[in-house]
Design a protein around this ligand. Structure first.
Ligand code: HEC
Length: 304
């Protein structure tokens, strides 16, 4: 009997802890670290955030239907995060080209150990919640129709919620950077969609030192990796990325300084950050080679 109680509690509080860590962690990434969520991130947030509240209330109300309310959310969320992860890490779901202005879903903000990206964290979270709920279904004596059975303890729920919120606030205070930035309404510049073959770009005057192929290569890499934030032809996009065309910032940078910025990105709280918005390392495309970045630099220089 006591061992079934153990598994029920593990399932319940494990799922609760996971939902709160995922919610607070995702808010930390967007509000403190300054990573801009893409569309697929938003779908996963829409499915994860309610679970934090739902599981808390389900435990407080000792509602033994809880797993059946949670599973549709966690399974669907799992589907989205698996798809999102494969999109970032495998070539099987189309090229990482930008479909307009806005952060593309293949943009990689974190890449710990070359494998741990934000969708992977979400996937682990949704899976842990699903497993926890299945564990509750399998071991909860009340759910098995055993009337008069084990009552779930309530007290861990508020404690877990407080600890999660406390951790978030401590982290944010240490980073000294709680940005309350409302999402910008980004108007897609339909006429400016990045169809950037150099020939179709009348504003670009080729750099005489650049060979045409590397410039063209740079232009097409730019449209895949950078245009989603910096706009077609480097015109910039409000709330996403600065203008790179005709920019005094760019003309003041040497090629190697520019290389370093592109490779390392720029955290929202970096001392030299000018906008308070973060840029991911390599523009969120960790696979870009040094040569490809040099081609992109040639292209950006041609826009001055
Ligand atoms: C997810 C959005 C995003 C993507 C993708 C992105 N950038 Fe940025 N980038 C930014 C932001 C935001 C800044 C401004 C940071 C600041 O305020 O200092 C920036 C700054 C820069 C700067 C410094 C110039 C300046 O205005 O301060 C360069 C150069 C640059 N980006 C190049 C690139 C290149 C090349 C790519 C593609 C490989 C790229 N970026 C992809 C968001 C992005």
């Amino acid at each position: 009997m006591n061992s079934t109680r153990f598994w029920t509690k593990l399932g319940l509080y494990g799922a609760l802890i996971t939902a709160w860590i995922a919610t607070m962690g995702s808010l930390y990434f967007s509000e403190v670290t300054g990573f801009t969520p893409c569309t697929l991130c938003w779908y996963q947030r829409i499915l994860m955030y309610p679970l934090a509240g739902l599981i808390t209330l389900g435990i407080l109300r000792r509602d033994h239907h809880l797993p059946h309310l949670v599973l549709p959310f966690s399974l669907l969320g799992q589907g989205f995060s698996v798809y999102h992860f494969l999109l970032q890490k495998t070539p099987y779901f189309g090229s990482p080209s930008s479909c307009g202005i806005g952060v593309t879903c293949s943009t990689v903000w974190i890449d710990w150990f070359g494998i741990v990206t934000i969708p992977l964290l979400a996937m682990v979270g949704f899976m842990a919640i699903t497993t926890g709920m299945l564990l509750v279904i399998a071991t909860d004596t009340r759910a098995a129709g055993n009337v008069g059975s084990y009552q779930w303890p309530r007290w861990p729920a508020p404690l877990i919620v407080l600890v999660a919120i406390g951790l978030y606030l401590t982290g944010a205070a240490r980073a000294g950077n709680i940005q309350v930035s409302l999402p910008e309404v980004v108007i897609p510049f339909v006429s400016e969609l990045p169809i950037l073959g150099l020939s179709s770009d009348p504003t670009a005057t080729p750099d005489p030192t650049a060979t045409p192929t590397s410039l063209e290569n740079g232009a097409s890499l730019y449209s895949q990796a950078c245009a989603s934030c910096h706009g077609a032809n480097g015109i910039g996009a409000e709330g996403l990325g600065t203008a790179l065309a005709n920019s005094p910032q760019i003309t003041n940078l040497t090629e190697s300084e520019m290389f370093a910025i592109i490779r390392d990105g720029r955290a929202a709280d970096a001392p030299n950050n000018r906008t308070g918005i973060a840029m991911p390392p390599s523009g969120g495309q960790p696979d870009l080679t040094d040569e490809q970045i040099v081609d992109i630099i040639l292209y950006i220089q041609s826009l001055q």
